[in-house]
Design a protein around this ligand. Structure first.
Ligand code: TUI
Length: 310
């Protein structure tokens, strides 16, 4: 499955891992890269020194390329951006904002820059600014989301830009991968399925919640203040959404979620914590190694795509 993305990123299979906060650390990133995909360290809201340490630890585990995702709402984004230059990170993805101000510095350092976009307008702007590819992420994704679905966003972005497009949001198996390719994508990004990978350090309670999730078990909090987050329903989302409906201000809502993602991922508090996951959680039934996930998906996608278009 060679595409412009496998060529650009020097990877074997066109599968990249999402930069999930707390989960996308060196064990997971190294395992995805070692299996032929592109592993990503998620800088999320972490300080730059943590990111540097994770890059170095991942490099001790594999010689294959590893990327870093910069979460642009992070208070540490500026210092993380500089560390990526110092560490000569080959691939940088970004999320939750416009990475325009870092583009020149990253390109000059020789990194491939791949912003996540949730609209055609941002995709075009990123291409003009020198992006090497874009990740078109639909609202089916876990975490911070845009409004358009993967099915509608991917082909519109593919038509609007010349750079290769990576599809994300709602993709969890070979069928989703083949479908993304039919829409014109040249790789896929997976989050939720890698959260339950054997190499993922995520707490077993969190993995169990994903494995047991049904199709409509996710909810979106934060719509009232413009920072929508998709996660699995629990006591916390129920209270949060109720308070949003009552018109409770952002500052008060925020108190419900301070440290809540960490509590769910690290301590397994899936009742009051934030259990970010995409709508595809209902399709994920077991814990597997990254290699098993990548091999199974690639085999299934290849079989489905054989004969299509002949
Ligand atoms: O970034 C993500 N997913 C995330 S980040 C995250 S951590 C977080 N914590 C607290 C508050 C918010 C986030 C959890 N999940 N995905 C990539 C993504 N980027 N999805 C959507 C976007 C996006 C949306 C609008 C990118 C750019 C954009 O507009 C930028 C602009 O300024 O025009």
């Amino acid at each position: 499955m060679k595409t412009r993305i496998t060529e650009l990123l020097q990877i074997e299979v066109p599968i990249i891992q999402g930069g999930m906060a707390w989960v996308a650390e060196h064990h997971l990133a190294a395992a995805v890269s070692a299996a032929g995909g592109l592993g990503i360290i998620g800088a999320a809201n972490a300080p730059a020194d943590w990111v540097r340490g994770e890059i170095r630890k991942a490099r001790e585990m594999t010689d294959r390329p590893i990327g870093v995702n910069v979460m642009l709402l992070s208070p540490y984004a500026d210092e993380v951006a500089k560390v990526l230059v110092e560490e000569k990170v080959p691939v940088i993805t970004t999320g939750a904002g416009n990475p325009g101000k870092y583009m020149e510095m990253w390109k000059a350092a020789g990194s491939k820059v791949i912003p996540v976009v949730a609209s055609v307008a941002l995709a075009k702007m990123m291409e003009r600014g020198g992006a090497d590819a874009v990740i078109a992420e639909g609202t089916e994704s876990g975490g911070h989301i845009g409004a358009a679905t993967t099915m509608t966003l991917v082909p519109q972005v593919v038509d609007a830009v010349k750079v290769p497009v990576i599809a994300a949001g709602g993709i969890g198996d070979g069928r989703g991968m083949a479908a993304a390719f039919m829409l014109g994508a040249e790789a896929v990004q997976l989050g939720t399925r890698f959260v339950v990978a054997k190499e993922s350090i995520c707490h077993s309670n969190y993995k169990e919640r994903i494995i047991k999730a049904k199709d409509i078990d996710s909810a979106v909090t934060g719509r009232s203040h413009g920072h929508p987050i998709r996660q699995l329903r629990n006591q916390m989302t129920k209270e949060y959404i109720q308070k949003e409906q009552e018109g409770v201000p952002f500052e008060e809502l925020e108190l419900l979620t301070v440290g809540s993602l960490r509590n769910a991922v690290m301590d397994g508090d899936v009742k009051h914590g934030t259990v970010m996951a995409g709508q595809i959680a209902g399709l994920i039934h077991k814990e597997q190694t990254c290699q098993e996930i990548i091999e199974e998906m690639t085999k299934e996608a290849k079989a489905l795509m054989q004969g299509v278009g002949r």
